[in-house]
Design a protein around this ligand. Structure first.
Ligand code: FEO
Ligand code: CA
Ligand code: CA
Ligand code: CA
Length: 667
């Protein structure tokens, strides 16, 4: 009989893709916000806002089937490209690849020492205690915070999003024949979880702060760095902002409603202008188990978030993760956490003013009026794009004065109209439908129920918003929409134009007059992703894009010191595109707009995360997440043993530092 993860002693293993699809489904948006429909006609009438020459460009850059160039042909034709590197070949194999003339050095691997006295990694004898002093699992966001203004010495901050038990733990998973719908199939089956294994998982989540330094052109960790820190599911944190102390976040263990332990499923993230580390809590719902009665007052909002998801077994050993025992604990997750890495004893703050949803990332920018604007995507099919504008202003001369800026301000959710306008709608108690009669008694209620509030406002249902990156040089903002294979034809709209959108797209917001706090701006689609040589896919890369240059499933992204866009992907391997994930450089301006080039690719099974530059953009930090997680992978038989390639070492997620041979700017 098939068994579900999180409910039984022996659990049928589900692939990463299957588990994610589940996580993305359970909180599905059932609001009746209009999808605009009549897509074809409206999409073309929308061109009027693009204006004359751009409108022509938009039409002519639609690639005809089989029009893809080889890399050599493209190189010969793209002399005007702002990128100057030789594209690598797309493909799939056991290791990583970087453009010629660059070095990609392994900087930190799962299990590596974070402190001088951390235990050495022994995968056969791993303990939670050791793990809590070592680099965690599944590095996602990577940020660099310079020390003393140096581009060659600073703090690396890294999110550890989740764990892959089947390739982490020896003698735990095995391949068995499982009969499903009368069909016999080989599947990976997990063994029985113990509290010790759960404790290791908890210690492998969270984040790492570690001092790093470039010595003789190579980056290395500084293990006796005084700022080094591991943040885990057991790190004490504080709820701050409008929700702190509210009745709905009080638990038996914390009657103050202010003291929380840990952060989970931290995906993309951000670093602020004042050098704090922002950790977004994404699929927190999957860590909660148990059941809640449908008439429980928290049932509706938790269901909208997919909680309890039961993808992990933590609730078996820890009551706080069991919603039937303490549903308010789940209200203490789904926030953005701000960490002050310059004070290793500081208590990280969950900034409730920024709202509660599946925060993919949280990149911020100082606006021209000094207010700080933070963008965050809610990564679920049909969920929303948000931004938060602080009330106070950034003070470049007083770091301490900036530390609580995110406790006060206005949260907005985006409505993308078909005429190319984006309206940022304030999520403020008492305004519009956000009243007590509609179940929102205070701003705390509004924020805990952010998704329900955004539903009520009629926000635009997007194709899984991931990382969102503001560009200080251009006033534009890039929104990664990773995919939504469930969108139906009648649900297609101008901002999400493809039904069964398997490959995702990138929306570009042009904030009015470069004012990131603007509440009415313009938007356009930068790219519809996927293989442009397959007409049905409807991809829109420029004709200068090679067969290596297209990609699907944009996820994280970064802007370099020159204001150029780099995008990393998640899922190309799973969709059998003949290419792994990687990082692509994308032209956003001028005639080359929509041209994409492959710079780096990951080993089989991995997803590409990071990406992040040091201030001079001569180092590119990339994170290789869940390598080896392909096919029937187990600890004993991973799809690759990257990066050590040793029989006695498991496959390990790792952060890579990319530099140009002889020095110089990346790309
Ligand atoms: Fe953790 Fe939305 O990817
Ligand atoms: Ca992501
Ligand atoms: Ca980013
Ligand atoms: Ca993703």
């Amino acid at each position: 009989m098939d068994k579900q993860l999180g409910t039984t002693e022996e659990t049928e293993f589900k692939t990463l893709t299957e588990r994610r699809e589940e996580l993305e489904d359970i909180g599905q948006n059932c609001s009746t916000n209009p999808t605009m429909g009549d897509i074809i006609n409206r999409r073309f009438s929308r061109r009027s806002f693009l204006g004359g020459s751009l409108a022509v460009a938009a039409i002519s850059t639609t690639v005809s089937p089989l029009a893809l160039l080889t890399a050599d042909e493209a190189r010969a034709s793209d002399s005007a490209s702002p990128f100057d590197f030789s594209e690598i070949e797309a493909g799939v194999d056991e290791t990583h690849h970087v453009a010629e003339g660059y070095d990609a050095d392994i900087l930190l691997r799962w299990g590596d020492k974070i402190f001088a006295d951390s235990p050495e990694f022994d995968p056969l004898k791993q303990t939670a205690e050791a793990q809590s002093r070592q680099f965690g699992y599944n590095n996602d966001y990577v940020g660099f915070i310079p020390l003393d203004g140096s581009p060659d010495h600073g703090l690396l901050v890294v999110n550890h999003e989740y764990t892959n038990a089947e390739i982490m733990f020896p003698n735990f998973a095995r391949v068995e024949k499982v009969t499903e719908d009368g069909k016999e199939e080989d599947k990976v089956v997990l063994g029985e979880y113990t509290k010790e294994l759960v404790d290791i998982e908890m210690a492998a989540h969270g984040g790492t702060v570690i001092e790093i330094r470039k010595v003789d052109g190579k980056w290395q960790p500084v293990l006796d760095g005084k700022y080094n820190r591991r943040i885990t599911v057991n790190t004490e944190m504080q709820l701050s902002g409008p929700v702190a102390g509210h009745g709905r976040v009080k638990t038996a263990a914390d009657p103050s409603g202010k003291k929380v332990f840990g952060t989970i499923n931290n995906c993309a993230g951000g670093v602020t202008a004042w050098g704090t580390y922002m950790m977004a809590e994404e699929n927190f719902n999957g860590y909660f188990g148990g059941e809640l009665a449908e008439d429980h007052p928290e049932f509706k909002q938790l269901k909208r978030l997919g909680a309890p998801g039961g993808q992990y077994e933590w609730s078996k050993f820890y009551d706080r993760f069991d919603v039937s025992k303490d549903p308010n604990e789940a209200n203490r997750f789904g926030w953005v956490v701000e960490v002050d890495p310059l004070d290793p004893a500081s208590v990280p703050k969950k900034r409730t003013a920024i709202g509660r949803f599946k925060h993919e990332g949280c990149e911020s920018i100082v606006n021209k009026d000094g207010r700080v604007v933070l963008y965050s995507g809610d990564d679920e099919r049909y969920d929303y794009v948000y931004k938060f504008v602080t009330t106070g202003t950034y003070n470049p001369n007083d770091r301490a004065a900036n530390l609580n800026l995110f406790d006060e301000g206005t949260l907005y959710v985006a409505k993308f109209d078909e005429d190319g306008t984006v309206t940022w709608m304030p999520i403020v108690h008492g305004e519009g439908p956000l009243t007590a009669e509609n179940g929102f008694a205070s701003q705390a209620d509004v924020l805990i129920n952010t998704r329900l509030a955004a539903d009520a406002l009629g926000a635009t249902k997007m194709d899984r918003p991931e990382d969102i990156q503001p560009n200080a040089k251009t006033g534009k903002v890039y929104v990664m929409l990773t995919n939504n294979t469930k969108r139906k034809e009648e649900e297609a709209d101008a901002a999400n134009p493809r039904a069964k959108n398997a490959f995702g797209h990138i929306v570009e917001i042009s904030e009015t007059d470069g004012d990131f706090a603007s509440t009415k701006s313009k938007w356009d689609i930068l790219l519809k992703c996927g293989d442009p040589s397959v007409a049905d896919v409807g991809a829109s890369f420029s004709t200068a894009t090679t067969k290596n240059g297209w990609f699907g499933m944009p996820d994280n992204c970064a802007i370099d010191a020159d204001g150029r866009l780099w995008v990393s992907t998640d899922g190309n391997n799973e969709k059998e595109t003949g290419r792994t994930d990687g990082v692509w450089a994308i032209e956003t301006e001028g005639e080359g707009r929509g041209t994409s080039k492959l710079f780096f690719r990951v080993p089989v099974g991995a997803e590409m995360c990071g990406p992040s530059f040091n201030p001079t953009s001569d180092t590119f930090f990339l994170a290789v997440q869940h390598p080896g997680d392909a096919g029937l992978a187990t600890y004993e038989k991973p799809a690759t043993r990257w990066p050590d390639f040793r029989d006695d070492m498991p496959v390990r997620p790792a952060v890579v530092a990319v530099t140009k041979q002889g020095g110089g700017k990346i790309g």
